[in-house]
Design a protein around this ligand. Structure first.
Ligand code: ADP
Ligand code: ZN
Length: 721
């Protein structure tokens, strides 16, 4: 009798055994449909010896219903799923869910009907029909998409169909992507790039696990160099995955990629339409997708023959996922490369301390591009001590920075002001009674967004209109904005330089790929004089006319100081500085600070990266922090305040006593209330050698928790709130 063990998509059930009906082709990795009571569930066939389950008699097994028309998940991917679940203390099913990320793709081949103009004319022309025909020239899409495109109702389009002006076309949902040609338009590489590219190409040819840190200053031409390795993988018929930290960066990347390879890559991120998602997933699984560029979730897709992984801007904090499976895509990328037996390139101008340490200890190979490409030089960096050079009352830009902005405007050059705070002001209070607007669901102030006229919580999305009167004392016109956000800085620029064209760049204004593309086109077309933005503008962008970068408040990131505050400040300021002077004209950076002597600020001003990293490394060693020791967090939350506290207390009371592990807490989390849930945290600090995961698993699994309590484990945490 043929049995099969399934990993099923229900964390509580986890693993179930079934019978394989005669003739049904099931092998490890097959994606199947199985009965569960009256329902049908999805499962992945797994090696039984790797998944313990309760023994069930043959006689009691129910038969599988069907095998889905997708390739079985390869063993390499199954091992990655196991490793990820094990390392991050997450349910296997939650990790596997990230692999089967498109429901549509699992249903197999399919077609949709699209429509296009035939060239014929309607018997009777109406203004709407005329508009539609003009707008749809050269277009082909579903009726719904065409109606949006033409700005007419679907009824109008159906009328045109009846008259033979529009015709239906049956389209394969899995139609092939344009072909990326390895030798479409290779650049002439500098000597340093050539040498580095040769090593990367060699690593791709060898097709062995090779973790490589590509450490090159901003503008050194890292992308062009690793494109050579991409080309080599394409020549060998192998797939490439390029991970980017943000969707906004993808748009800039697409243009460069098309220029080099003659066709865009396959894109993967959370805002894909479901048809795009299924098409990408199926092409990835069939091996037809040559190069995939995407956000961290692209890491778990079922590539058929991966030949190279690139993690660009590898230091970026957004590679760490902080909900669901709390994994770090940079680290999982290295593991995926290991299971696949391929090279992985971590590219950055400001590598994470952990990555540098791996390079120094010889675990990673380090390749360096020490200078900018071509004639471009790194910008000059100056500090602006706000305690000495004060902005005028009610302003945030010191006179010297304002003067430099004016100078750039007169010269027709671009400037960039960086402040990592969305909205107009981070805090709103009543001048009369001191009332502060706080989120009802979170321990956080509401942030004023003046453009969209709302007060918003950046943690849960709660929003309200700013009231006419204070909700506490009832005074009218008494609300004051405290501190600056980017909107306020943009207002200030408009006041100082009324003729300047100012662009605000935050996740509020650049939330979609279309908006990102529009912004890039405007900036490149010099339709923007001053960019005011959050961390979204710090990396990746290449605007040759941009010659001035102003950091509005370099001290901001150091407040609240978690473990990585100094490192993050260094990375952000160094990255945003790297936007200046990338073309022929030299760049200049002005950093506004109240603490010019703080080590990280001084290191930035001196351009002394090595000194900064050396000092940070010593501090980490002293604290037993990564990469020398390990951190893990346990976060307990509930909508019921007492229940959360009690569960945390119980966890604390049963803490294991171990020589190489220190456990701190429980304590109320800095964000003691988040999205309506009360939160407590425990922090675990262990030696590198300790198996923290095993300790946490056996500790927590012994405890019963009420239904409303959620206990999550964060291995190698980045966020300490
Ligand atoms: P990084 O990724 O290191 O910041 P980029 O790859 O963005 O650097 O390169 C900086 C600029 O130099 C880009 O405009 C890029 O097109 C250009 N560039 C780099 N290498 C070459 C080359 N070999 N030939 C022509 N242009 C290059
Ligand atoms: Zn909130």
């Amino acid at each position: 009798m043929n049995r099969v063990r399934l990993l099923v998509f229900n964390a509580a059930l986890g693993v179930l055994d079934y019978r394989v009906p005669e003739g049904m082709p099931v092998e490890p990795g097959s994606v199947v449909v199985a009965p569960l009571g009256p329902r049908q569930i999805l499962g992945i066939a797994w090696e039984p010896e790797r998944l313990p389950a309760e023994a069930v008699d043959d006689a009691r097994l129910r038969p599988l219903l069907s095998v889905l028309p997708v390739p079985p998940l390869r063993a390499e991917l199954r091992r990655l799923i196991e490793w990820t679940a094990d390392y991050y203390c997450a349910p296997l099913s939650s990790v596997a869910r990230m692999v089967l990320a498109s429901g549509g793709a699992l249903r197999g081949p399919s077609t949709i009907t699209e429509y296009r103009l035939t060239g014929g004319a309607p018997e009777r022309m109406t203004p709407q029909r005329e508009r539609a025909i003009a707008a749809l020239e050269g277009e082909q899409a579903t009726l719904r998409e065409l109606s949006a495109l033409a700005g007419v109702s679907e009824g109008v389009l159906r009328g045109l169909m009846a008259q033979g002006v529009l015709e239906p076309v049956l389209v394969d949902c899995d139609r092939p992507y344009p072909y990326a040609a390895p030798d479409h338009a290779p650049p002439v590489l500098s000597e340093a790039q050539q040498e580095l590219a040769a090593r990367l190409v060699d690593a791709v040819r060898q097709a062995r696990f090779a973790p490589i840190l590509l450490d090159g200053v901003t503008g050194s031409g890292k992308t062009e160099a690793y494109f050579e390795a991409v080309a080599e993988a394409l020549r060998g018929g192998r797939q490439v995955l390029v991970l980017l930290p943000e969707i906004a960066l993808t748009e800039a990347f697409l243009g460069r990629f098309s220029g080099r390879f003659g066709a865009p890559p396959v894109v993967w991120h959370s805002s894909l339409k479901s048809t795009e998602r299924r098409r990408a997933w199926r092409a990835i699984a069939s091996g037809e997708a040559q190069v995939v560029v995407g956000a961290r979730s692209a890491l778990f897709l079922p590539y058929k023959r991966l030949g190279l992984i690139v993690v660009d801007e590898a230091h970026e904090v957004s590679f760490k996922q902080d909900e669901g499976v709390r994994y770090n895509a940079r680290d999982v990328a290295v593991m995926r490369a290991r299971f696949e037996g391929i090279p992985v390139v971590l590219a950055s101008a400001t590598p994470a301390l952990e990555s540098l340490h791996m390079a120094e200890t010889g675990t990673y190979e380090k390749l360096v591009l020490p200078a900018r490409y071509g004639a471009a030089e790194l910008p000059r960096i100056d500090l602006l001590d706000l305690t000495q050079e004060k902005p005028e009352p009610g302003r945030w830009l010191a006179p010297r920075l304002a003067g430099e902005l004016r100078l750039r405007l007169e010269r027709g050059e671009q400037s960039l002001l960086f402040l990592n705070r969305r909205g107009y002001a981070p805090l709103t209070l009543c001048r009369h009674c001191g009332y502060r607007f706080q989120c009802p669901n979170c321990s956080a102030w509401l942030v004023e967004h003046r453009l969209s006229r709302r007060l918003a919580c950046h943690h849960c999305g709660h929003e309200t209109r700013p009231p006419e009167t204070c909700p506490e004392c009832g005074e009218a016109d008494c609300l004051v904005a405290c501190g600056p956000g980017v909107e306020r800085i943009a207002d200030e620029v408009a006041e100082i330089l009324p003729e300047a064209r100012v662009a605000l760049v935050t996740s509020d204004t650049l939330g979609s790929p279309e908006k990102a593309a529009a912004f890039i086109a405007q900036a490149e077309g010099r339709a923007i004089d001053v960019i005011v933005g959050t961390q979204l503008v710090t990396k990746g962008f290449h605007f040759p006319e941009l010659t001035l970068v102003g950091v509005v408040d370099a001290d901001l990131g150091l407040e609240g100081g978690d473990l990585r505050a100094a490192e993050r400040t260094y990375q952000q300021v160094a990255q945003v500085s790297g936007r200046a002077g990338r073309g022929a004209k030299p760049g200049e950076v002005l950093i506004q600070t109240r603490h010019p002597d703080a080590p990280v600020i001084a290191a930035l001003a001196a351009g002394d990266r090595d000194a900064f990293y050396a000092a940070e490394t010593e501090a980490r060693r002293h604290a037993g922090a990564p990469p020398f020791g390990r951190w893990a967090a346990i976060i307990v939350s509930s909508e019921d305040e007492n229940e959360a506290r009690e569960a945390a207390r119980r966890i604390g009371a049963t803490r294991p006593e171990l020589p190489d592990i220190a456990i701190y807490g429980p304590a109320p989390a800095p964000m003691a209330l988040l999205r309506g849930r009360y939160r407590h945290r425990l922090l675990i600090n262990a030696r590198r050698s300790a198996s923290v995961q095993d300790v946490i698993r056996s500790w927590l699994s012994a405890l019963p928790f009420p239904r409303g309590v959620r206990v999550s484990v964060d291995i190698d945490p980045y966020s300490f709130v």
